[in-house]
Design a protein around this ligand. Sequence first.
Ligand SMILES: [Zn+2]
Length: 422
Amino acid sequence: MTILNLAAKRRTAAAGAPAAAKLFSARFFSGLILLLALLGVSCATVKKTQPSAAPPPELVLAPPEDYRITMAAVGDNLIHIELIDNARTEAEDVFDFDKYYTRIVPLIKNADIAFINQETMIAGVEFGYSGYPLFNGPKDIGKTILKSGFNVINHATNHTMDKGEEAVFEVMDFWDDQPLVAEKNALVLGINRSPQQRDNVERNIIEKNNIKIGFLAYTYGTNGIPLPKDKPFLVSLTDTALMKKEIDALRPLCDFLVVSMHWGNEYEYTPSNRQEELALFLAECGVDLVIGHHPHVLQPIRAIARENAPPMICFFSLGNFLSAQKEPQRILGGMMRVSIKKEAAPPYRVSIEDAELIPLVAHYENDHKNFSVYPLSDYTEKDAERHFLRQKNKFSGISYFHELLNDVFGQQLKPAPLNFTR
Ligand SMILES: [Zn+2]
């Protein structure tokens, strides 16, 4: 019997008792007490049903609270050389990347789970600092990511092999050495030391408020730099047979399954045919949510129907999070925000209660000074006037961003139809 049914039964027993009780002998009444006790009704309840007593107060057992979490995600943390140069401090090889993210930290820390796509390598000085086309930055970027509140970091991107195999191992060592990774149970996705580690999908689960969220991550490729012949597992590539195997292994171990996809065509506002095909494939495999990135511009959000389950929500591209790119379309990015509920009683159904995109602007001024990511809602016309690209007359003001959002998403920054509950 469910707790709710029991509460209803108790209300019925209490309400029906006063009139009938007058007719009962004391012996019969004690029998009734025994019967009600067997049914799980307390003596206190029965005493309140005596004819002389005031009408009983409504006895309602509150149903157990459902479990809820919020998840945030941002797109490409694309660390150009200008971002490295402007983060230098007076100390040798010490960088202050924190200042780029201070305006966005409250939104990140407000989420139980916060995902970031670390587009570029952060293997440190031994591999040489560089920007486009073969990127590598300081490890301090990773420390800032953790301090800012991110606890899921994706490395399955087309730049992961930019500095070769050793740099990938250097980055894995770096994350393994960070006390905050252990403290927050943070996940690092898309790079693997061994086939055994890759197959151990259980390590890709993060649990918050009694909800187990599983993560997998894939990239379409590594910019033509092949994976080492003896280490095809090093970076997780988009290979549908392998993806199906990993999804099938992880799906039964978690309440909610998220797949990070590095996909699509750069600078295109609509998903490619390949993205559409893969989204359908992921929905059929039982994935609940897709976090897309790589095009460096925003793409739509879609609810994709599934059989016997609520729709899969697909954020096709979150655009850039932080970069020094020089086109105004590429400084408008988005933060995914999704609310997930798990019922506290059987059958423990899990559903997305809400999903939306919070627009962000990557700000920087002349000589690439004062980089900072803003929520668009906090970005003023005065701020926009100081933007390097505004000074180059590449956009007219804040209205430009709103028009672009309208072109990509229409009137509301939510998937349509907004109907998630089972
Ligand atoms: Zn990319």
